[in-house]
Design a protein around this ligand. Structure first.
Ligand code: NAI
Ligand code: MG
Length: 502
């Protein structure tokens, strides 16, 4: 935790103890409150193939770094094409000999076991997730890990009821599925990808992102403990080349990818002409739209949550704010006040609101896009909070006077940066919100139910939240329009993407 030493330190003694101090007039200075559960990290993580941890054939490893301290956490095996091939073959054998033949009822038992074992080790997983990825412990503890368990529970419930997934039709698994996931929700994305695939009877080879492999490999321990037959789930670790080898392997009948639109397009091009099924969950540039009749304090909390949650490393982050002109000045003033009291710093501290940026590369990208906003003439406001001396951090940032043509209004920044635009009419709000290559999510803040219904019909976004933001549930499908991708994850719709109708 940074020492939040204030120039204006007030040390009035009360009951013999110094009073809590106000930092730059607004922020109370608390003692550090780090989460202390042991993340049980190993110095080295191997590949998980055919139910066993195995060394990569190349003998090569890479480091995974704690972005909050810039210190090495562990070594991760680098999977080459031969390892990817071994994983795909193991998955095919498991599908042909065991998993594909098992009844849904039997598969459900394994999924329930995984969910329960994850709950048992929740604190350990939360700490590991925070150390490897940089997100605040209160998020990994209260959101990522419980939601990951919830996805396994939910899909365990489906496994013996698959005849209701497509009423009037029979469903069958696809076979082996290849999955590549990003670094913003490492464990939760594993759960989103694995649970529906397994419930439906598929076997999986999954590649986590290179900066955040640890919780996937810890999940492999749980998969072993749950007694899942060898080869049903395999994890190969590495960077883009490993992902490309997996996506191109002839065995998987389907590929599922979550990550940047750029890489999604590369994968789509490379698979054109093959009969592989695909789902893509790509970038976003969501708008929170605030009307003058909205409950403004509630809206401000939603906007703050929408963009500063997880350092803005969220594909559905509310990275644009469209605010109705009559309340624009008021909302901007409230937002500035609010970001001043966001606590930025040690992600393991239970009071931290905004943690570390996941990688040096991502910090460089955010810094560059913010500089472009200043250069193109938007008005910047940054929290004056102190930042830790070591680690990758970025101040919560708000841009006002943003024009649709600015890069900060069009490109995915994937950092704690909000771009504010104004509108006068409902039609103008819809036009501006839809004027983007993306279409993953949106938020509408208004007192009028009819306006919510109109907006949710006209906004070209997979999810539209009303008077709330970033709310998730395994029963609710999630996915994009336009360059945000195709296919859905969660709910009955998510299961449909992992089966064939027969
Ligand atoms: P990325 O798309 O390169 O990485 C996502 C995953 O794809 C990782 O597991 C990576 O190893 C893998 N990958 C990379 N190249 C591949 C290839 N040719 N074939 C198969 N797999 C490949 O994202 P990156 O570079 O980490 O982040 C860049 C930007 O992408 C971010 O600044 C952000 O704007 C966006 N992004 C969006 C995400 C989302 O959920 N929508 C998630 C992560 C990044
Ligand atoms: Mg890392």
């Amino acid at each position: 935790m940074p020492t939040l030493a204030s120039k204006k330190r007030k040390t009035t003694a009360r009951n013999g103890r110094p009073a809590p101090e106000l930092i730059f007039g607004d922020l109370w200075d608390f003692d550090p409150a780090p989460e202390t559960a042991d993340p049980k990290l190993k110095p080295r993580y191997e590949l998980f193939i055919n139910g066993k941890f195995v060394a990569p054939k190349s003998g090569k490893y890479f480091d995974t770094i704690n972005p909050a301290t810039e210190r090495k956490l562990a070594e991760i095996a680098l999977a080459g094409p031969a390892d990817v091939d071994a994983a795909c073959r193991a998955a095919q054998r498991a599908y042909d000999n065991v998993w594909g033949k098992l009844s849904g009822r039997e598969r459900a038992k394994y999924l329930f076991r995984i969910a329960r074992l994850l709950q048992d080790r929740a604190r350990e997983f939360a700490v590991a997730e925070t150390m490897d990825g940089g997100k605040p412990i209160k998020e990994s503890r209260d959101f990522d890990v419980p939601m990951a368990a919830a996805h396994f529970f939910y899909h365990a419930g489906w496994a013996d009821k698959l005849e209701y997934v497509a009423p009037g039709r029979r469903v069958a698994p696809l076979g082996v599925v290849a999955q590549v996931i990003p670094w913003n929700f490492p464990l939760l994305m594993c759960a989103w990808k694995l649970a529906p695939a397994l419930a439906m009877g598929n076997c999986v080879v999954l590649k986590p992102a290179e900066t955040t492999s640890i919780t996937a490999l810890k999940l492999a321990e749980i998969i072993q403990d749950a007694g899942l037959p060898p080869g049903v789930v395999n994890f190969v670790t590495g960077a883009g080349a490993t992902g490309a080898a997996l996506m191109a392997h002839p065995i998987p009948a389907k590929v599922a990818f979550t990550g940047s639109t750029e890489v999604g397009k590369i994968i789509m091009r490379s698979l054109a002409g093959t009969d592989k099924k695909m789902t893509m969950e790509l970038g976003g540039k969501a708008a929170n739209i605030v009307f003058d009749d909205a409950p403004l304090d509630q809206a401000v909390e939603g906007i703050i949550n929408g963009i500063f949650f997880n350092q803005g490393h969220v594909c559905c982050a509310g990275s644009r704010l469209l605010v109705h002109e009559p309340v624009a000045a008021k909302v901007i003033a409230k937002l500035k006040q609010r970001i001043k009291v966001l606590r930025v710093g040690d992600p393991l501290d239970k009071n931290t609101d905004v943690g570390a940026i996941n990688s040096k590369e991502q910090l460089a990208k955010i810094t560059k896009l913010v500089a472009s906003g200043v250069k193109e003439g938007a008005e910047i406001y940054q929290s004056p909070c102190p930042l830790p001396a070591k680690g990758w951090y970025f101040r919560p940032t708000i841009f006002s006077n943003v024009a649709m043509s600015h890069r900060i209004a069009r490109e995915e920044i994937f950092g704690p940066v909000l771009s504010i635009l104004t509108f006068r009419t409902v039609d103008e709000a819809i036009e501006k919100a839809n004027n983007t290559a993306y279409g993953l999510s949106a938020g509408v803040w208004t007192d009028k139910g009819s306006r919510i219904l109109k907006m949710s019909t006209e906004l070209k976004a997979g999810v539209v939240w009303a008077n709330s933001y970033n709310k998730f549930d395994p029963t609710s499908p999630f996915g994009g329009y336009k360059e945000s991708g195709f296919g859905r994850e969660g709910g009955r719709q998510g299961l449909l993407d992992y089966c064939q109708l027969v």
